[in-house]
Write a protein that binds this ligand. Structure first.
Ligand SMILES: NC(=O)C1=CN([C@@H]2O[C@H](COP(=O)(O)OP(=O)(O)OC[C@H]3O[C@@H](n4cnc5c(N)ncnc54)[C@H](OP(=O)(O)O)[C@@H]3O)[C@@H](O)[C@H]2O)C=CC1
Ligand SMILES: CC[C@](O)(C(C)=O)C(=O)O
Ligand SMILES: [Mg+2]
Ligand SMILES: [Mg+2]
Length: 341
């Protein structure tokens, strides 16, 4: 079994007398900044003028330009979208890094794929929560946490791992469990997970199920409840008790259908395709495509995003969720500080 770090394995003192600059105040940024502050850490936020700047100030933070924040900080956590990090890093962070500072990431993409090459005299590590930023915040306020991975790329102070663990503790991750990994393993598994299972695999599975029912003449609202809304309730049971915990709650008929039809849908050819997705990640093919897509101003991303937002499942879902204030409320919470367009 891998070593898992919990609260008792991390010492807050490694962040005492240090200023942490959170660069970006989006999904992860707002969660890290608020959790760190409530854990007693001295936090400043680095941004460009705009929506996030206003929100961070409203939340009571000292907000600076990215360059000023990097200058003032001992620990610089880069929580900008991956695709904007290299330019902002080169122009505003790198010139301000001092020997012995820590340069930190929540995902290894830019270091692993050589889009950011840090100076040799700073610690470089990652603290990568295994969950969406809004849940990093919400679980922290509930006294719980989201697990995280740490990885050390450069350790010039000899304290990089202790600082990483202290940081992970301050955002609530050691309440759930923290594993040590490498930038390579974090980057490749994170990209694979989001593409094949958590985001890409799941949205495609949900849409395929919804479309199958609607094309067979069933009501879209029934298909929505069946294939999307109920998914959360089922996944909550898996989160709490694994596959068996979920199967304990469902009917025997459902469990028999799970055993017999599940492998027909997610069959060997799906796994073959997953292996190809993983190979594209490992070889850098996916990263190159994403970097070029951004250089071209995202023509494919924007076209697909528009088409996805117009899908019948989204149209029906928006209407149904209007009638569920308890669901809508959570949604509102989630978009408050999310700067994504
Ligand atoms: N989303 C998640 O839950 C997870 C993300 N990660 C990683 O965390 C990092 C951050 O991702 P995420 O939280 O999704 O990012 P977001 O897209 O939510 O970040 C948006 C923030 O970045 C700011 N920003 C964007 N461009 C600039 C710029 N040029 N200068 C200054 N500020 C800028 C935005 O400010 P403005 O309002 O001005 O646009 C906003 O505050 C990434 O490395 C990601 O891979 C890791 C685990 C999970
Ligand atoms: C699953 C998507 C994710 O990797 C995450 C929330 O962990 C991301 O990059 O947003
Ligand atoms: Mg992830
Ligand atoms: Mg990710």
């Amino acid at each position: 079994m891998a070593k898992v770090y919990y609260n008792g394995d991390a010492k807050e003192s490694y962040l005492q007398n240090k200023t942490v600059a959170i660069i970006g105040y989006g999904s992860q940024g707002h969660a890290h900044a608020l959790n760190l502050r409530e854990s007693g850490v001295n936090v400043i936020v680095g941004l460009r003028p705009g929506k996030s700047w206003e929100q961070a100030e409203k939340d009571g933070f000292a907000v600076r330009t990215v360059r000023e924040a990097a200058r003032e900080a001992d620990v610089v956590m880069v929580l900008l979208p991956d695709e904007y990090q290299p330019k902002v890093y080169k122009e505003e962070i790198e010139p301000e890094l001092k020997a012995g500072n820590a340069l930190v990431f929540a995902h290894g993409f830019n270091i692993h794929f050589n889009q950011i090459v840090p100076p040799k005299d700073v610690d470089v590590f990652l603290v990568a929560p295994k969950g969406p930023g809004h849940l990093v915040r919400r679980t922290y306020t509930e006294g719980a946490g989201v697990p995280a991975l740490i990885a050390i790329y450069q350790d010039v102070t000899g304290e990089a791992k202790e600082i990483a663990l202290a940081y992970a503790k301050a955002i609530g991750a050691t309440r759930a469990g923290v594993l040590e990994t490498t930038f390579k393993e974090e980057t490749e598994t994170d990209l694979f997970g989001e593409q094949a299972v958590l985001c890409g695999g799941l949205t495609s599975l949900v849409k395929a199920g919804f479309e199958t029912l609607v094309e067979a003449g069933y009501q879209p609202e029934v298909a929505y409840f069946e294939c999307l809304h109920e998914l959360k309730l089922i996944v909550d049971l898996m989160y709490e008790g694994g596959l068996a915990g979920m199967r304990y709650s469902i009917s025997d008929t459902a469990q028999w259908g799970d055993f017999i039809s599940g492998p027909r849908v997610i069959n060997a050819s799906v796994k073959e395709e997953m292996k190809k997705v993983l190979e594209d990640i490992q070889s850098g093919t996916f990263a190159k495509g994403w970097i070029l897509e951004n250089q071209a101003n995202r023509p494919v991303f924007n076209a697909i995003n528009k088409r996805e937002n117009e899908h019948l499942i989204e149209v029906v879902g928006r209407e149904l969720r209007e009638m569920m204030p308890f669901v809508k409320q959570k949604q509102k919470e989630a978009v408050v500080t999310n700067a994504k367009n």
